[in-house]
Structures are given as C-alpha cells and as structure tokens.
Write a protein that binds this ligand. Structure first.
Ligand code: IPE
Ligand code: IPE
Ligand code: MG
Length: 255
C-alpha cells in the first residue's frame, strides 16, 4: 500500500525515532507512568506497520538508553517486561511482513530473559528482507563510540589497522551496525528538541523533525506527516543550494 500524497522517489530509506513522552502522557491522565509505556507499544505497532507500508527500508527505534538504567527499578523492570511482551506478541506479524529484527546497544546488560527474547527474534527473522527494524536497547551514542574505539585499538595493536591510515569509513565499520546507512530522518516526539545520546556518529547530516505529540499519541498518520516535512527539506551537506541542484528531500550522499 502506497501513501498517495508522499513522493515515492523521496521516501527516506532510514528513519530513526526517539520515542519520548510516555510518562507525561500517563501522568497528564492521572495514570501510572507504566500505563504510558504500555500505550506507547500501540504506537510502536502502528509505526512499524506504517513504515513497512510506506516502503521505509530501516526503522530504528530508541527503546531504552544507557541513562534509562538509572530510572526507578520498578520502571526499568516494567519496560523490560513490555519489551518481552512485544517480541512475543508481535513476532508472527513481524515474520508475515518479512521484517528483520536487529538490535544495537549493550545487550549484555539486559536481564537474561529479555536478552534471549531479543536474540530469539533476531535469529528467527534473520533472513527477512522487506524492512530492518532496529531496536536501540541499552544504547548510548557515546558508549557506542567508545566500544568502537576499544575494538579499533585492539586491532591496531594486532597490526590489523594502521593508525595513520584511519579514516571515517574505517572508524564507522567498528560501530554496532556498520551496514546500516545513516538515518535520513530523525523524529523525536515528546516536545523536546534534544538528541539524548542517540546515534551521535550517525546523525551528522540527518534531517530532524520534532513534534509536541507524546509518543502514545503518535501513529502512522504522524509518521506520514514527518516524511512530508522531510520531503520539503533541501539536503546540502555543506554545499550551496546551486551545487546540489535545488533538489529537495533527496536521500543524500551515501544513497
Ligand atoms: C519514553 O518516555 C520511554 C523511555 C524513555 C523508555 P519517557 O518515559 O521518557 O516519558 P517522559 O519523557 O517521562 O514523559
Ligand atoms: C530518550 O528519552 C531515550 C528513549 C526514548 C529511549 P529520555 O526521556 O530518556 O530522554 P531525556 O532524559 O528527556 O533526555
Ligand atoms: Mg522522556
């Protein structure tokens, strides 16, 4: 199914989303924060389905940050439980839709049950090709860069990398998912305009779209609106408008 009003030649290939505002959504209704997380799962369902229908190739969802480990234990436990629940309930539809589940982050920090649910979903969907669904879990952008540097230094010690020849492409090959292109579009819900340690390396030239909607209120039509906004942008990558030919909403230098 195609969205009639979206330009098919300017669909962002990789959309990344900071799903923020679950707690405030719940608190404004006199509910528990965890009710907000639960309702937020409905948005995940809608947006995953929508992204696939629109023809997005990669959808990265920021589900849990390194900093989120410092939240009250009960909330952390509830979030992990919801993740287990999502993977269990959605896996059939994910398979039917040919979606490949992936994850970036310090998965070794997840509770064993959650970790095996994530790894099980990755394994089960590994041959699917219609869309990559990447969960950023126990993820921090700075941690990712430090983890990359650590492995790079080890390889340099082994003589497999020449420090003098190090370039951006080689460095990026040490990140968690080096085959995933940089996001074309980053959406943040929850009325905040900050990056909160998400994909710091990868968003160097990503178009950013923020919305006052809290994540539980964000559904497929809002994703379509964000893409319509993206399609009006001129991506210049430091060049002049004339140099890029005044093209709007293009996919960029690495497409
Ligand atoms: C996003 O909603 C979910 C996670 C960070 C896991 P929040 O829980 O941050 O909701 P607010 O920002 O407190 O409203
Ligand atoms: C960002 O939201 C992390 C996720 C959406 C998983 P936060 O609610 O943790 O971010 P801050 O604290 O407002 O920056
Ligand atoms: Mg928040």
């Amino acid at each position: 199914m195609q969205e009639p009003h979206l330009r098919q030649d300017r669909i962002p290939q990789h959309v990344a989303i900071i799903m923020d505002g679950n707690g405030r959504w719940a608190e404004s209704r006199g509910l528990d924060r965890n009710d907000g997380h639960r309702e937020g799962l409905e948005s995940v369902r809608s947006v995953v389905r929508g992204a696939r229908e629109i023809g997005i190739q990669t959808l990265t969802l920021y589900a849990f940050s390194m900093e989120n480990w410092n939240r009250p234990k009960a909330e952390v436990t509830a979030l992990m439980g919801l993740l287990d629940h999502y993977l269990e309930v959605e896996i059939d539809e994910v398979m039917e839709n040919g979606i490949r589940v992936r994850a970036i982050g310090r998965l070794d920090r997840l509770p064993p049950g959650t970790r095996s649910a994530v790894e099980g979903a990755i394994e089960k969907t590994r041959d699917n090709r219609s869309m990559d669904l990447v969960f950023a879990l126990s993820y921090g952008g700075r941690t990712e860069i430090v983890d990359a540097a650590r492995r790079l230094l080890r390889d340099a010690e082994l003589g497999e990398v020449d420090p003098e020849g190090l370039d951006e492409k080689t460095f990026a090959s040490y990140l968690y998912a080096p085959d995933v292109r940089d996001p074309d579009l980053l959406i943040r819900t929850g009325a905040e305009s900050r990056v909160s340690n998400f994909l710091l390396w990868q968003i160097a030239y990503t178009e950013i779209c923020t919305t006052d909607l809290m994540w539980p209120d964000f559904r497929k039509p809002h994703l379509v609106n964000a893409i319509l906004d993206f399609q009006t942008r001129e991506r210049r990558y430091g060049l002049t408008s004339a140099q890029v030919g005044g093209r709007r909403g293009g996919l960029g230098s690495d497409s």
